[in-house]
Design a protein around this ligand. Structure first.
Ligand code: NAP
Length: 641
């Protein structure tokens, strides 16, 4: 996979250009054209984007500005065409800052510019590639890294180590790469962040077939990346790491691996855990569930051998997975009872299941830098720019329905959407509108298919508690028996049990799970005191902000990992071990930050919190701040040896 698929020259006449522009995102396109031509005069104030997180305006502009933008763009693109579609030059920083300021006038542009250059890979290309190589800085040093997991994060780490010439082996329990996109095959499974942002900065596609790809497209993407970056030969498939133990004398980790019945030991100077957070299914214990006579399975272990055609299906849970598979299977089943404990807030995204509009596709394919500026736009509107809507104001009251002025605004918009969906059915409306503040739990993405499925005559939404399961169905707290041939658990994952079931033994025989004791903490989500040269990817408190991309976080973590390895080798150090006081101070800040976010301030339960109610999953600050904090490594944060 090249860094970018390149755009193709075009000869379309002005009328065709006008047609293409009719359904393209015009502010991002203006940014791209200014980037390509250097003509900043086209970035007129009235052409700034009107999109907000809640309402996406078709084309990003209202009617008047839209006409004007199309005029400007047709003229510019025609001139570009007539000049033979020359290779664009790389704009200087001042030009980029002006373009950035056009899209997001309120941002601290000087802070965002360096992030932007990396995340969009502008100009010189892959700016996150290591600028060093082991061959040059420590040619004689024996150094081998074990990466656990060949999902999205593990592949990113492997690619960077490959570039830096650091030997590594990836252990993958499955028989292929792809992690969550390999394991989750349930009907309707897809990403809920637009792919122009949910993709590696170093492998940006311009031809995503869908705005939000289905799992098979994503699996292809990650498999292709593994292939193109030459990583496959370094992966031991079907191999689970069962334990790892630190040995101070040799400053190495000894990993025990299991491939089938064969157990082996692997010695590494550093270990990268890239095992994900959401892959150990959580099936609740419900009285009588073993008595059920039909098939029963979890969404992440979908049993495709079970034909749901004409069956009565009971679905337990209504989170992100169920919201996707319930609409997908509804047309096939004879009856479906959906057991909901807590309703979800949902962002309206009418284009959730759509391909990019034809004109947008054309622009991706032909206008240089458009896909990159659109990537920035998705980053901004879905995550960074939406943070005020999910903040918690300590002085705000009442606090049960919202937590700040922005959060209340969000609540009103999302409530209006759900009520519109309920279409005047008051019983349904009472069931589907949450009674907790938006963003206290993960907000789902919806194009209407969820409520549409629930409104089918053969589908019922049951909000009474489940009392038990018997041989032939599910019994609710009222004693109503809901007959079922199949039960599907959409009940989520054991998100709190980071790194389980691996046994990780650090310095002085310290067990990681005992040390965490149900309260996982890692410095920047990456390093843990007493566990030298051990790096977590997607560790504690690195989960996305609003609708950010977890790939963004993983790339930041990988950057920190690679820089740590450079320091170890360049400075001839054997070990880096996070100082406990550094972690304590960091966690204090993260906890204080989370207390000011909806998911931390609200009392409702979620998988973001541990049993004690502490938010162990989410990053509470901006994406910019995570990038800033992981960009360099401060060696004084570590005891080095
Ligand atoms: P989830 O969001 O944690 O949802 C689990 C559901 O099961 C919730 O509705 C929960 O209710 C319910 N539940 C749990 N135990 C129950 C019990 N004993 N009785 C009745 N209901 C019970 O899990 P998920 O849907 O698998 O999603 C987990 C995360 O994976 C998501 O938040 C997201 O980050 C990721 N994911 C992403 C996508 C995507 O990008 N499109 C898709 C799927 C998953 P309560 O809310 O009351 O606990």
């Amino acid at each position: 996979m090249p860094l970018f698929q390149s755009t193709a020259p075009f000869q379309d006449d002005d009328a065709a250009l006008r047609r293409h522009l009719a359904d393209a995102h015009l502010p991002s396109l203006l940014a791209a054209v200014a980037h390509v031509t250097g003509d900043l005069s086209i970035l007129e104030d009235e052409l700034r984007p009107e999109d907000t997180f809640m309402a996406q305006v078709p084309g990003g502009l209202g009617e008047g500005p839209r006409e004007r933008a199309i005029e400007v763009l047709v003229r510019q693109l025609a001139a570009f065409r007539d000049a033979g579609c020359p290779e664009p030059r790389t704009p200087d920083d001042e030009t980029l800052t002006r373009i950035l300021g056009f899209l997001v006038p309120d941002a601290k542009l000087d802070d965002y510019l360096p992030l932007l250059l990396e995340e969009l890979a502008i100009g010189d290309g892959d700016r996150r590639a290591p600028e060093w190589n082991k061959r040059e800085i420590a040619p004689e040093r024996e150094f081998r890294v074990a990466i656990i997991g060949a999902g999205m994060s593990g592949l990113a780490a492997a690619h960077r180590l490959n570039q830096a010439g650091v030997p590594f082996v990836i252990f993958e329990k499955n028989d292929d790469v792809g992690g969550t996109w390999l394991e989750n095959t349930y009907p309707g499974c897809r990403v809920d962040i637009q792919n122009h942002f949910y993709s590696y900065s170093f492998a940006q596609r311009i031809d995503w077939p869908l705005l939000y790809s289905t799992h098979d497209v994503l699996l292809d993407y990650f498999q292709q990346c593994a292939e193109d970056f030459g990583l496959r030969d370094s992966i031991q498939f079907g191999t689970e790491v069962t334990s790892m133990t630190w040995d101070d004398a040799s400053a190495t980790w000894k990993l025990r691996t299991k491939t089938g019945d064969t157990e082996e030991t692997f010695v590494a100077q550093a270990v990268v855990s890239a095992v994900g957070q959401l892959n150990r299914p959580q099936i609740p214990e419900i009285p009588g569930q073993d008595r059920f006579q039909g098939p029963a399975f979890h969404s992440a272990e979908w049993d495709h051998a079970v034909d749901l055609e004409g069956k009565r299906v009971a679905v337990i849970g209504t989170g992100a997975s169920a919201a996707q598979f319930v609409p997908a299977i509804a047309p096939r089943v004879a009856e479906m009872a959906v057991f909901q404990r807590t309703p979800n807030w949902m962002f309206p995204r009418p284009d959730y299941h759509e391909a990019p509009p034809a004109g947008q596709q054309w622009c991706f394919a032909h206008v240089p830098a458009f896909a990159q500026w659109y990537r920035f736009w998705v980053f901004w509107v879905g995550a960074e720019g939406a943070i005020p809507l999910v903040g918690a104001d300590p002085d705000w009251s009442p606090r049960d329905r919202s937590l700040s002025a922005g959060n209340e605004m969000l609540r009103e918009a999302l409530t209006a959407y759900l009520l519109e969906q309920a279409g005047g059915d008051e019983d349904l409306a009472a069931k589907i509108v949450p009674d907790y503040p938006p963003a206290a739990k993960r907000i789902l993405v919806d194009n209407g298919s969820w409520v549409n499925a629930l409104r089918q005559p053969h589908v019922s939404l049951v909000t009474d508690e489940i009392r038990e399961i018997d041989e032939s169905g599910v019994v609710d707290a009222n004693g109503t028996h809901h007959p079922a041939d199949v039960i599907v658990y959409g009940t989520g994952f054991q998100a709190q049990r980071f790194l389980t079931p691996m046994k990780v033994t650090g310095r002085d025989g310290r067990d990681l799970h005992e040390a965490w004791a149900g309260n996982p903490r890692a410095y920047l989500g990456i390093t843990v005191p007493g566990f030298p040269n051990f790096f977590c990817l997607y560790g504690p408190n690195t989960n996305i902000v609003v609708s950010g991309s977890i790939i963004y976080f993983s790339e930041c973590e990988v950057n920190y990992l690679v820089e740590s390895l450079r320091i170890l080798m360049a400075e001839g150090l054997k070990t880096m071990d996070c100082r406990p006081a550094v972690l304590d101070a960091y966690v204090e800040k993260v906890d204080a930050g989370n207390a000011l976010m909806a998911w931390g301030a609200a009392t409702v339960d979620s998988w973001y919190k541990n049993d004690a109610g502490r938010v162990t999953q989410n990053w509470p600050f901006s994406l910019l701040e995570y990038w800033q904090q992981t960009r360099t490594v401060d060696v004084s944060d570590y005891e080095v040896g």
